[in-house]
Design a protein around this ligand. Structure first.
Ligand code: TRP
Length: 334
């Protein structure tokens, strides 16, 4: 397929295990996009330093995120898969963009205010300028399509502001970046405790990780909240039951889902059986990914090759952009 002109860029912070929400919300979209667009997918290791200054586990976490991307279907021949810190041009662009970002607007950012609350003893400047670094990641490849979740909308709005300020002052260099997820509907992957979404850090027993062992998956699913079942035909499902059906729709066969829908509507549903089925279908879905991740992690040489190849591709695009930026800014004295 002839690739489209627009460029796709996104990043994942290596601060925890990837879960089913990351898979259906992000990775699966990446895999589709790599067929149609020039794509840059990045492990945001520098961003993780704003909240995780201790780097003891960083290498391991970076390797894991890379392996999880590949095991989920990222093809390193199609997309550039790389580490943020390998591309030094990012730091340079971050510096230039920092001159166009105002303290007031940075302080108003929702994610910044959240972090101030979560880590009052480490309100560092990196945290404040987090959205500037993110903008640098994106526009370093002159990307305009950014597959991210709702929580990143504000960062993208800020990125558009920084880009417009740059273009206005120094000339048109960057396209405006927008959140992009194939149509408007993001797949919601509910957590197993009936409230909220699956999450990297919160309620880990209600989140299914790509790294979970089969027995752990079964146990977590069996613990999901249910009740005695409906007493009236075709009644509305409570949230926690609706969520079980949503999860089933992600991994189970259509006839299985239909059977439990019918059982529910006819008030003969057995939630124990349903959860057993869901547990098995989750195991069938997750275990091949987990095994693939493990075999990739066992091969450090291969991972090193992946990182080198990704960095080379990303650097090529980064250097071209930085050259344009320096010219536009008048930082060319020879
Ligand atoms: N801030 C993003 C998150 O927490 C991660 C990220 C870093 C990112 N750089 C990016 C996302 C560039 C998209 C584009 O999820």
């Amino acid at each position: 397929m002839e690739k489209q002109q627009q460029i796709v860029m996104s990043g994942i912070r290596p601060t925890g295990l990837l879960h089913l929400g990351n898979y259906f919300g992000a990775l699966r979209n990446y895999v589709k996009m790599q067929e149609e667009y020039e794509c840059y997918f990045m492990v945001a290791d520098l961003h993780s330093l704003t909240t995780h200054p201790d780097t003891k586990e960083l290498k391991q976490n970076v390797h894991r995120v890379l392996a999880e991307n590949i095991a989920s279907g990222i093809d390193t021949d199609k997309a550039a898969l790389y580490c943020q810190s390998h591309i030094h041009e990012t730091a340079e662009l971050y510096l230039y963009l920092n001159m166009l970002a105002y303290k007031g607007e940075l302080e108003k950012t929702t994610t910044f205010k959240d972090k101030v609350r979560q880590q009052p003893d480490n309100v560092n400047a990196g945290l404040l300028t987090y959205p500037v670094l993110q903008t640098a990641d994106i526009v370093l490849h002159r990307a305009s399509l950014v597959p991210v979740g709702k929580d990143q909308e504000q960062h993208l709005e800020m990125a558009r502001n920084f880009v417009n300020r740059f273009n206005h002052r120094y000339g048109d260099v960057f396209p405006e970046p927008f959140a992009f997820n194939y149509g408007s509907e993001l797949v919601k992957v509910p957590s197993l405790d009936g409230s909220g979404k699956m999450s990297k850090s919160e309620n880990q027993n209600a989140t299914l990780y790509l790294a979970d062992e089969d027995e752990v998956i079964r146990k977590k699913v069996m613990k999901a909240k249910t009740d005695a079942g409906p007493t009236e035909q075709y009644s509305q499902k409570p949230d926690y039951i609706e969520n079980l059906f949503l999860l089933m729709k992600l991994v189970s066969a259509p006839d299985v889902i239909e059977k439990y829908e019918n059982d529910y509507n006819n008030c003969v549903i057995r939630y124990g059986d349903m959860k057993k089925q869901l547990g098995e279908d989750m195991v069938k879905f997750i275990s091949p990914i987990r095994e693939k991740v493990n075999s990739i992690l066992a091969d450090e040489k291969y991972l090193q090759g992946v990182m080198e190849k990704g960095a080379e591709k990303a650097r090529k695009s980064a250097r071209a952009t930085i050259e344009m930026v320096r010219q536009a800014m008048g930082l060319n004295y020879y």
